[in-house]
Design a protein around this ligand. Structure first.
Ligand code: NAD
Length: 342
């Protein structure tokens, strides 16, 4: 009997509920056994409950196979409200952040298919800073354990998704010890994957190559900060933040969410681009498919991907962020029609 998958759903703030609902609308039209468990979280939830996320969140997660999430708002400077995104990442030990960037004909700046696999827990994001004698310092942590986990995931991802090359991004010419360790551990892990080419690139050259010759790059594995910056560069090259999905992977669960934020400026108007959220759901199906050896999920992930390509490249059904006038639900309904007729 086909396995039933239990999906936690965090609608999020701002445009979150609109794009999550459009995405669930698509998933509900697929012949898959998915059960949704709503998880209340975010700033809207905080304002009515005094909590950033449900109290029994960790217990709930133990019963789940994956979490589909909308963006969550973190108000700047409000000390009493801690980022729920950071809490989820740390509590669920989400060590790898996967961001695929694929170009769309007629929309993107160049032709490319690049995946950033970014270390998700360390680097300067440990948030340890200090000041002494008018000199500020920030701690940058790169551990063998986390580097090994993220490098291993990058090679496994490359194998599962048909990529032939994984490239480590570093600045080991300057940061000889910290980035030196990241580089060394990467090449040690690479020996376990003789069928995948292991390469390296200095971070500034990576930025140049992404813009100049993106076709030379396949999977990049990066320390946290470099990955953060290069991902936004790639989102710009794709053509809109609204077109990019992501996954955060832990040992026992994955959390899938768009790359963009809550977009308060367009919230409630029904015009948000849902494709970043839909691509995140597609990544969730792939993740569950590979994890449980369930080819049906991988097949439907592929169908969603193909339908998105048709919507953007052939039908030119574009939301206002891409210069069009279509609405969030127009995109979702057309994707359903394309999948049904495939
Ligand atoms: P943003 O991504 O919310 O918006 C930047 C611009 O892109 C805006 O003009 C917005 O309208 C547009 N945009 C973003 N997503 C879109 C979509 N799907 N369709 C159409 N247009 C879209 O970036 P911001 O303003 O820097 O961030 C706002 C807040 O979002 C931040 O303060 C932060 O709290 C939160 N945030 C959350 C996450 C997350 O939960 N993962 C990530 C980033 C930011």
């Amino acid at each position: 009997m086909a396995k039933k998958y239990r999906i936690g759903v965090i609608e999020g703030d701002g445009i979150g509920p609109e794009i999550v609902s459009a995405t669930l609308h698509i998933l509900n039209h697929l012949p898959l056994d998915l059960e949704y468990i709503k998880i209340e979280a975010g700033y809207t939830y905080y304002k009515k409950s005094g909590r950033g996320i449900e109290e029994d969140f960790i217990d709930k997660v133990k019963e789940l196979d994956a979490i589909l999430k909308g963006p969550l708002y973190t108000p700047p400077g409000a000390i009493e409200f801690k980022s729920v995104n950071v809490l989820i990442r740390r509590e669920l030990d989400l060590y790898a952040n996967i961001r695929p960037f694929k170009s769309y004909r007629g929309i993107s700046l160049r032709n490319f298919n690049i995946v950033i696999v970014r270390e998700n827990l360390e680097d300067v994001y440990v948030g340890i800073e200090g000041e002494y004698n008018r000199t500020a310092i920030a701690l940058r942590i790169i551990s063998e354990r986390e580097t090994e986990r993220v490098a291993e995931y990058a090679f496994k991802y490359a194998e599962d998704h048909g990529f032939k090359k994984v490239t480590v991004v570093h600045k080991a010419n300057i940061l000889k010890i910290s980035d030196g360790l990241f580089r060394d551990v990467f090449f040690r892990v690479a020996k376990r994957y003789p069928n995948i080419v292991a390469d390296e690139i200095i971070v500034d050259t990576a930025a140049y190559t992404i813009v100049k010759n993106p076709e030379k790059i396949q999977v990049l594995v990066t320390p946290n900060l470099y990955g953060d910056i290069l991902a936004d560069l790639l989102a710009g090259m794709v053509g809109s933040l609204g077109l990019c999905g992501s996954a955060q992977i832990g040992e026992s669960i994955g959390v899938f969410e768009p790359v963009h934020g809550v977009a308060f400026d367009i919230a409630g108007k029904g015009i948000a681009n849902p494709i970043g959220e839909i691509l995140s759901a597609k990544m969730m199906l792939e993740y569950l498919g590979h994890k449980h050896g369930d080819q049906r999920l991988i097949l439907y992930a592929k169908k969603i991907d193909e339908a998105i390509n048709i919507v953007i490249e052939e039908k030119k059904l574009l939301t206002p962020d891409l210069g069009g006038s279509f609405k969030t639900m127009d995109i979702a309904n057309t994707i359903i029609d394309i999948i049904k007729s495939s």
